[in-house]
Structures are given as C-alpha cells and as structure tokens.
Design a protein. Structure first.
Length: 100
C-alpha cells in the first residue's frame, strides 16, 4: 500500500508588534464628559447602566454620552463613523468593554 503525504497548512499570521503611547490618565472625573460604548453583547447595556449610576454617584459627571455598535456584536465589530466622531469630539474618557 502506498503511503500518502498530507500537507498541513497553518492559516495563522505572524504577530504584528506595534508600539503606541498610552493615553494620559485623567486625574479627576468631576466635570468630565464620559462616553459609554455598548459592544452589542447580551446584557452589556445593563452593565453600562450600572457603570453610569456608579460614576454619577461617585463623581460630578458633566454628561454621559452613549454609543452603540449598531447591532453588531463584539469588541472587533466596527463602530459607525458618526458614533466614533461623537465620542472623539465630546468625551474626555470612554468606557469600552472587551472580552467575555
């Protein structure tokens, strides 16, 4: 019986290493505009509701800006450009959930 050779391919890419600077830390949330980004995962909106209540109870938040990935699920889903622009121009900080 002839032996057959099976070629196994590895579809993964090599890791890409990119150096970036960490955003400066905000010393005080009082008077700041905070963005809450819903990643679309089940119950994440409930989690953000709780975060909003806790932040507003602890700090004098100027405004909460909510954004959503428009029904797309997960941290890798694209945020609509109008939502991204709103977060970038209005917010001092944004809470964004990743992972499960």
């Amino acid at each position: 019986m002839k032996s057959k050779i099976i070629e196994v391919l590895n579809p993964t890419a090599r890791p890409l290493s990119v150096e970036t600077e960490i955003a400066p830390r905000i010393d005080d949330l009082n008077g700041k505009v905070i963005g809450l980004l819903d990643n679309g995962k089940p119950n994440f909106d409930i989690f953000l509701d709780r975060i909003e209540k806790l932040l507003c109870r602890r700090f004098k938040i100027a405004e909460i800006v909510r954004a959503s990935k428009g029904g797309q699920v997960g941290a890798g889903a694209a945020l609509p450009l109008d939502q991204m622009e709103r977060l970038l121009t209005k917010c001092d900080a944004v809470v964004n959930g990743m992972g499960d």
